[in-house]
Design a protein around this ligand. Structure first.
Ligand SMILES: [Zn+2]
Length: 79
């Protein structure tokens, strides 16, 4: 469980499961490796390399890397 203050002022939290805040984003290459392995059980599918959060208020996207508390990328909606 984690909390994060969005730049718009909204407090984001993934404590509610499913939260709707945290997105599971895999690169096509990552997904190919998972799909071609023997772990086809949905409970055994590994988490993606990056943790991605989306603010429901301003729709900013934050990308986190394992072991890094602050976002490595922040995307703001243009249109
Ligand atoms: Zn926001």
């Amino acid at each position: 469980m984690a909390r994060f203050l969005c730049r718009c002022g909204e407090i984001l939290s993934n404590s509610e499961v499913p939260s709707g805040i945290e997105l599971r984003v895999y690169t096509d290459r990552e997904w190919e490796q998972i799909a071609s392995s023997d772990s086809v059980d949905p409970l055994l599918i590994p988490f993606p390399k990056y943790e991605v959060w989306r603010c429901p208020k301003c729709e900013r996207i934050y990308v986190f890397e394992e072991g890094n508390q602050s976002a490595i990328k922040v995307y703001k909606l243009e249109e």
